[in-house]
Design a protein around this ligand. Structure first.
Ligand code: ARG
Length: 461
């Protein structure tokens, strides 16, 4: 007989390297606390239901609680021979309390046990992601508040398009992170479901009380189908998907931080504590941390794709393939929380070069739409107005003269409808402040949005 906990029907022992290949203890020990938590709830339930005696239940619970203390003190060591966290804990419990430990696994399988541990692990950590996101959103909001009137160029195709405010730009990200937050809320709902009690796949003949276990572990729902309970990894995929979208948002903003702190843009400067120097070029100040967040987006997508691919085609219910689920989620959890925190810190120490931002809107042609709209309101068909302004822009580029520096005579030669009030219209401030349409960039809009968003964050507390 093999010396494994499941070794009864085996005659030969596997070699060490084969054991090593099948083991997950080197990573699933991260769920040690959750494994003990789940086992304590299960042992209490077994006692309460008289599936084991109350004395046996008490001995098991006491043993598990003392393992909890040793875990917190860092005194537990695991053995690859025992394959995974579940069997390591059972072995440690047996060492501690003897043969009665063997009763803990009554009415339970590692299939519902691992699912429960994993649900608990994610359920415990999603709030950390969400609170990091709240901090980031509140940082964005105070920056947007400060820069509600800071004018900069808005871009399409990375070409100057129309003037906007920096506050408006920041609120765009605030809204993306708001949706990210809501996606994690939904994710929490799908994680907050108890699998334990499904046993291997079909339920159990023992008179278990799943409601009691759900209450003990703080789950607000219970899987109502035992096959689903042990097969579902949607909650993990949802987390990886949500994290990928969030990282994509961070990566877009990272790209802008990097670009905008370059010599050519010089719109912003990152604080020294969120920049690095070069070992050879003394003048360098690199946006390393923004670059790293952008880079880590790749590994996050990789994890999503890895688990999606692992899960596809798996017949119900448990398959060992599913052991591949945890490392992806563990890694992305660390990545995403750290990346959001880094962003909050970067934004907190950011210097904004308002003059440089404004100047970039003053010698370009980002007010061309203003002139075209002006002509349209004077009855010139918009297509014609567009062509007239296009011609003026071409001339302006050739003579290095922005529209607002052209003489009224020159402008009227192109379109006699133009009057002296055009210079006011062409100013970047005017272009911004006339965009009062719902969701537009006008300073009054941005201020209102800041107030509305402050309320969203207040209600979240
Ligand atoms: N280590 C396994 C995992 O992470 C635990 C479940 C194993 N169940 C089984 N029947 N082999 O998925």
């Amino acid at each position: 007989m093999s010396d494994k906990l499941w070794g009864g029907r085996f005659t030969a022992k596997a070699s060490e390297w084969v054991d090593e290949f099948g083991a997950s203890i080197h990573f699933d020990q991260k769920m040690a606390a959750e494994d003990l938590e789940g086992s304590i709830a299960h042992a209490k339930m077994l006692g309460k239901q008289a599936i084991i005696s109350s004395d046996e239940s008490a001995q098991i619970v006491a043993g598990l609680e003392s393992l909890q203390q040793e875990l917190t003190a860092g005194n537990l060591t695991f053995d690859v021979k025992n394959e995974d966290i579940h069997m390591n804990m059972e072995a440690l419990l047996t060492e501690k309390i003897g043969a009665v430990a063997g009763k803990l696994h009554t009415a339970r399988s590692r299939n519902d046990q691992v699912a429960t541990d994993f649900h608990l692990w994610v359920k415990h950590r999603l709030p950390h992601v969400m609170s990091a996101l709240t901090d980031l959103q509140s940082e964005l909001l105070s920056l947007a508040d400060k820069h509600a009137g800071t004018i900069m160029s808005g871009y399409t195709h990375l070409q100057h398009a129309q003037p906007i405010t920096y506050g408006h730009y920041l609120l765009a990200y605030f809204n993306m992170f708001q949706r990210d937050y809501e996606r994690f809320e939904f994710n929490q709902k799908h994680t907050d479901i108890l699998p334990l009690g499904a046993a291997a796949l079909a339920g159990t003949t023992f008179p278990i009380d799943r409601e009691f276990v759900a209450d003990e572990l703080g789950f607000s729902d219970i899987y109502h189908n035992s096959l689903d309970a042990v097969s579902d990894r949607d909650f993990a995929l949802e987390f990886l998907g949500n994290a990928s979208i969030l990282m994509m948002h961070l990566s877009r903003m990272a790209e802008e931080l990097i670009l905008w702190s370059s010599y050519e843009f010089n719109y912003i400067e990152l604080s020294d504590d969120f920049s690095t120097g070069s070992s050879i070029m003394p003048q360098k100040k690199n946006a390393d941390f923004a670059e790293l967040v952008r880079g880590k987006t790749g590994r996050t997508y990789g994890s999503l794709l890895a688990l999606l691919t692992t899960m596809k085609s798996l017949p119900l219910a448990y398959n060992k393939d599913m052991q591949e689920d945890k490392e992806q989620v563990f890694d992305v959890m660390d990545t995403v929380i750290a990346s959001v925190k880094i962003f909050t810190g970067m934004l907190n120490g950011l210097t904004v070069h308002e003059g440089q931002m404004l100047a970039a809107t003053q010698d370009d042609f980002s007010n061309a739409t203003e002139l075209a709209d002006y002509l349209a309101t004077k009855g010139v068909p918009f297509r014609k107005a567009h062509a007239i302004v296009g011609q003026l822009v071409l001339k302006g580029i050739q003579t290095h003269t922005p529209l607002q520096k052209m003489t009224l005579t020159d402008l009227q030669a192109a379109a006699p409808q133009i009057e002296a009030d055009i210079y006011q219209i062409l100013a970047s401030e005017t272009a911004v402040n006339r965009r009062t349409s719902l969701g537009g960039t006008a300073v009054t809009n941005v201020k209102k949005e800041v107030t509305r968003n402050y309320k969203i964050l207040e209600e979240r507390q």
